[in-house]
Write a new protein. Structure first.
Length: 785
């Protein structure tokens, strides 16, 4: 911010500007400074501003150290003449913070004046209604523009990390376009990797918004040739839309345009659940997307295609958004493969040109609100440590925002979690409805896909009974003429089409609204104006807690979060304390105060079971695998954890004799050969079970192995519960990624990467369209992301 500049000195050099505060008179400038410097270099003097800028041409940055000596001299002269700079700075600071209209060094515009960012980009940002950079942007953007090193950046949730890496990437592409007379855009400049499809799509939308194009997610199988009709998505805080906006892929005709480099920039999202053929076809053209935003699985899938491979031989920047998540156990192998593969590709290309290989041909940027050891060790081991760490979180502060009022509600079991959360929502909604406000926008996190479906269904019915006119997939269409409460369901087992629609609707709804979600919505998703985050059950990791609650209090706002957790899991609060996270309120839930909610849930669950749909049982089974994984982390007995779920089933069915029907082998899977009297009380393993009950992969998880029954949805593949992700999907072995293609002799590689030597790898003719039919067939197999 400008204040931080002022607090240092009344005179300073920032980039190629000599900056003076207004305490220095014009006369002083004329007599001292202008004569000290060659006046012809002073190209822009703005004495009426709080700051006097002396803009120096760009090449002067090389002789700034010489200026610095003179600035020091002038400063000491000032001090010698009785200028008390420390007093000045405080009064200036107060004035400055009130004076919003004036441009400061924290403004995006200052990047343009410093010749760091092209005007077109700054204009694009201004049209989104953004003027000042956030602190992470102030630190990261100039750093990334002024040098080519890698970066680890930790900054709290919702503080604008996307543009912190997005703007330097856009600038890199603009520079490339402007400096290349041939406008050769056959290579991708930047690859951004995100852990979920929805986040990757959101990043694309954010960049497209700066470019002024309406983002169209590439779901062409569903939208056919009219892709652009329904899918307008915008980013930023102003509901911005542009009159002359174009689709991001529809750029071919503007190739010749030299005035606006944006007309040549194209972004592409490469994620599962969307048309693989369409994604590949983008790389068959002369101008390929310069910025690709991908999830790891689909990227590794399509990079096998020659035309795609050819486009990735010269990337300049690799971004790992939510880096700690990507370098966590489920994704790490894929990330190492992507990194080493890209290095190999680059070096093979250099070799073809007779140039020597380089160790790190592109820079890697790692961003997250939670940076852990996995990030630091990856940096050291894989990137060789040649990366700067810009930490925007004070080490004495928690990573979570202090602007979030955090409450912890202790319950006795999962049933009470459901009832407690519903009572809380009911109370908050009642206040909003009674006062005719539409300011209740909540995200409810649940541990498993099944529990998300169960709860969004039960909650929709409860709220509809109480408030009427709830808009939910579980209810008939509401009356559009009346006040509506939206209830959305969001998890990784929905079609991508449904996910995209839900994200769009929840972002833009003007109603009181609730998003019931798995952890697929925990990282990076930017839903504006979320007032509450409610967690039913603890997450698997304390970092996930930080990201979950970070869905509120974004972009400078305030928010509330409530964690409903069983007493046996109370050790989780101690784990949070190790992250300096403390609760402003701690309560014990009293179910007697929620009798009507309890009655409704019991009626609804028992009725569903009578109609042959025992949703409570299915949910309980999905939760069993989830809670038992906490045994070692919380140092509690698995049986006690199981009881929180199994007892809930009895309570939900209001029948103490009710037992969860579970095949013996699944029980053995949870407890080994251990026998315990409680197990007989809670589980019915005595009868044979139909395939429909336990063989339905849709209901209990994606994996076909037994663990899959309990799979949660911490990621699109729901792999965290079993950690067997990459093995199950066989990225390395089944697909024979490196072996089949015979790249193992490559002298640059560590054999892990994808870009080994193949004789014709730069031969575009190999990429005929007909060769894609194979990939079409295979896409179903690898469509998890
Ligand atoms: N300089 C800015 N001025 C105003 N709003 C901004 C600015 N930069 C970003 N925003 C807005 O802030 C919100 C959060 O930004 P973003 O999603 O990039 O946060 P983040 O730090 O990546 O969050 P997370 O850690 O959850 O991924 C977005 O709605 C974005 O439009």
């Amino acid at each position: 911010m400008s204040q931080s500049f002022l607090s240092k000195r009344a005179i300073s050099i920032v980039s190629n500007k000599l900056v003076l505060d207004s305490s220095i008179s014009l006369n002083f400038i004329r007599n001292n400074i202008a004569s000290t410097f060659n006046t012809r270099t002073i190209i822009n003097l703005q004495p009426k501003n709080k700051f006097n800028y002396l803009s120096l041409p760009r090449h002067f940055s090389t002789i700034i150290p010489r200026f610095q000596a003179q600035v020091d001299e002038i400063t000491s002269k000032l001090e010698h003449n009785g200028f008390d700079l420390s007093k000045k700075k405080n009064s200036e600071k107060a004035e400055q913070s009130e004076s919003k209209n004036e441009e400061s060094l924290a403004d995006f515009a200052s990047l343009q004046y410093q010749n760091l960012v092209d005007k077109t980009i700054i204009d694009g940002i201004h049209k989104l209604g953004m003027k000042e950079m956030t602190p992470v942007q102030q630190k990261s953007i100039p750093y990334l523009l002024k040098n080519k090193f890698g970066l680890i950046s930790r900054a709290k949730t919702g503080t604008g990390k996307t543009l912190a890496f997005g703007i330097p990437i856009l600038q890199e592409v603009v520079e490339k376009i402007k400096s290349d007379p041939n406008k050769d855009l056959s290579k991708v400049s930047a690859l951004i990797i995100a852990p979920t499809r929805d986040l990757a799509n959101q990043i694309k939308i954010a960049l497209d918004s700066v470019l002024g194009v309406e983002s169209v997610l590439n779901n062409d199988s569903k939208y056919g040739s009219n892709r652009n009709r329904n899918r307008k998505t915008s980013y930023g805080n102003s509901g911005y839309s542009r009159g002359n906006s174009r689709n991001s892929y529809d750029y071919g005709n503007d190739r010749g345009s030299s005035r606006n480099p944006f007309s040549l920039i194209k972004t592409l999202n490469v994620v599962g659940g969307e048309s693989r053929g369409y994604q590949i076809s983008n790389f068959e053209k002369k101008i390929v997307p310069q910025i690709v935003i991908a999830t790891p699985g689909r990227f590794l899938d399509i990079i096998e295609v020659d035309c795609v491979l050819n486009a990735f031989t010269d990337i300049k920047t690799l971004v790992l958004d939510e880096a700690d998540r990507l370098l966590d156990i489920g994704f790490k192998d894929d990330l190492i493969k992507i990194n080493s593969g890209l290095i190999k590709l680059h070096n093979m290309s250099l070799e073809q040109q007779g140039l020597p290989a380089v160790k790190q041909p592109f820079r890697t940027l790692l961003f997250s609100a939670t940076i852990d050891k996995s990030v630091l060790s990856f940096t050291k081991a894989v990137l060789g440590g040649d990366v700067k760490y810009l930490d925007n979180v004070n080490p004495n502060e928690p990573e979570a925002h202090t602007r979030i009022e955090q409450t912890y509600v202790q319950t006795k079991n999962y049933f009470e979690n459901f009832i407690g959360a519903t009572k809380y929502i009911d109370d908050a909604l009642t206040t909003a409805v009674d006062t005719n406000e539409k300011n209740f926008k909540a995200i409810i996190f649940l541990p498993t896909v099944k529990s998300v479906t169960f709860y969004s269904n039960a909650l929709s019915h409860y709220l509809d009974d109480k408030f009427q006119n709830v808009n939910s997939v579980h209810l008939p269409r509401p009356d559009r003429n009346r006040n509506i409460i939206d209830v959305y369901e969001f998890h990784g087992k929905l079609t991508q089409n449904a996910r995209d629609r839900t994200v769009h609707n929840f972002k833009h709804t003007k109603n009181n609204a609730i998003l019931v979600t798995s952890d697929v919505g925990a990282r990076g998703m930017d839903f504006p104006h979320v007032s509450h985050v409610i967690q039913i059950g603890i997450p698997t990791e304390s970092s996930t807690y930080v990201h979950r609650i970070g869905r509120t209090a974004r972009a400078g706002n305030y928010g509330k979060s409530v964690l409903f957790s069983t007493e046996i899991e109370s050790g989780f609060t101690t784990i949070l304390e190790a992250r300096k996270i403390t609760f402003s309120k701690k309560e014990k839930f009293d179910i007697k105060k929620a009798e009507s909610v309890e009655k409704h849930f019991v009626n609804w669950s028992t009725q569903a079971a009578e109609n042959g749909d025992d949703l409570a049982q299915e949910t309980s089974i999905s939760l069993l695998g989830y809670v038992t994984q906490f045994s070692s982390m919380l140092r509690v007995d698995k049986i006690d954890l199981v009881e929180t779920v199994a007892l809930s089933y009895k309570l939900m069915m209001d029948d103490a004799s009710k037992r969860i029907r579970l095949p013996r082998n699944l029980l053995t899977h949870l407890f080994g050969e251990r026998r315990h009297p409680i197990l007989d009380d809670y589980f019915d393993t005595g009868r044979s079970f139909s395939n429909r009950e336990f063989g339905d992969r849709q209901s209990f998880g994606r994996n076909s192995d037994k663990k899959g029954y309990f799979s949660n949805d911490n990621n699109d593949g729901g792999f965290l519960a079993d950690k067997g992700f990459s093995k199950d999907r066989g990225f390395s072995k089944d697909r024979g990624f490196s072996k089949d293609r015979g790249f193992s002799n490559d002298k640059y590689g560590d054999k892990k990467g994808f870009g080994g030597r193949r004789p014709n790898y730069l031969d575009n003719k190999r990429d005929s369209r007909s060769s894609f039919k194979d990939y079409g067939r295979r896409s179903n197999r690898y469509d998890d992301f």
